[in-house]
Ligand binder design. Structure first.
Ligand code: ING
Length: 310
């Protein structure tokens, strides 16, 4: 039995600080058209897909950063994208900076079904970087300044004929994120990312090692939870700041089955058999048969590492 879903990873190249949302949405529509032409049923866009990666910029007054946030979704700028993807009868996810009616700020991703309905929302839980300007760093990474940690947890939604979950960027480095969704039977995890090519605190850590860690995290998460993982970059050089591409589609065995070749707007599509997740879930990662939760208590009772005193 095969339950094939043709999934597109729609990588975006650089978005400059001066670029407006309408221009970006037009680029996303071109990618949707290309994905449809390649037979896609579902399209995954990057984290913070509508703007430049603004957490690299320090605003002394946090309210000044509100220009990067969306106050409703869909909205004037994004409605053409919703219309286009619905017309193609495709589902989609994309990330954006969310400002709620109460004035709260999240790094958010939404799950939209092929009727254009928003069926799921995720708010980034693992915020990397720092909250105050750090002169020691080669570049700033102020996600802890501009966003609250997500308050929606890691949910799984039944849509597009399968079980979908979402995470965002840094989440891919935390096995807990995959496992919470794995414990809900997830079959496809989508995530967008904006990852600087160099470590701001260790300049000799460049793209080669960063891409190694990126792939390692994704492949382990996919394999250990027998799920597809679709990771999509915003890449390229944004106002002088390089971010790597390497958008990938990883199968439930942890194999990379598709990968972008550029740091520009680029679409890759792969026929993902959702039933290919079954073997792992029924054998080596049959959680019910193999897990021993009586030994895992520290994972949720202890935040930081505490080595034994003697
Ligand atoms: N970006 C980076 C990421 O997790 C980072 C930040 C890179 C943290 C490398 C640690 C190591 O890919 C976002 N936006 O989370």
């Amino acid at each position: 039995m095969a339950r094939i879903l043709n999934i597109a990873a729609a990588q975006l190249g650089a978005i400059q600080k001066a670029d407006n949302r309408d221009t970006v949405v037009q680029r996303m529509i071109v990618l949707a058209d290309k994905a449809k032409a390649k037979g896609a049923d579902f399209i995954v866009y990057p984290e913070l897909a509508l703007t430049t990666f603004f957490p690299r910029w320090y605003h002394e007054n946090r309210a000044d950063a509100d220009v990067w946030f969306e106050h409703e979704m869909p909205n004037r700028a994004t409605s053409p994208l919703f219309d286009c993807v619905k017309a193609h009868s495709m589902g989609m996810t994309f990330g954006y900076a969310e400002r709620t009616l109460e004035g709260r700020h999240f790094n958010t991703s939404i799950l939209v079904d092929k009727s254009g309905k928003i069926v799921g929302k995720y708010r980034k839980v693992h915020l990397p970087g720092h909250a105050e300007f750090d002169p020691q760093r080669t570049h700033q990474h102020l996600e802890k300044r501009y966003f609250e940690p997500g308050d929606l947890g890691f949910q799984v939604w039944r849509t597009m004929g399968g079980l979908f979950g979402m995470m965002i960027c840094n989440d891919r480095r935390w096995p807990e994120a995959y496992r919470v969704m794995g414990l809900q039977g997830v079959e496809v995890i989508t995530l967008g990312f904006n990852t600087p090519s160099y470590n701001s605190q260790k300049p000799d850590e460049g793209p080669e090692q960063r891409i190694f860690h990126h792939k390692l995290s994704l492949q382990a998460g996919a394999y250990q939870n027998s799920t597809w993982v679709v990771a999509v970059a915003k890449a390229g050089v944004e106002d002088g700041n390089p971010m790597f591409g390497c958008s990938v589609i990883v199968d439930p065995d942890g194999e990379i089955v598709a990968e972008t070749r550029t740091e520009d707007d680029e679409v890759i599509v792969h026929p993902c058999d959702l039933d290919a997740t079954k073997f792992g879930k029924e054998t080596i990662f049959d959680f019910k048969r193999h897990r021993r939760i009586e030994h895992y208590g520290l994972i949720t009772s202890r935040i930081g590492a505490e080595p034994p005193t003697e």
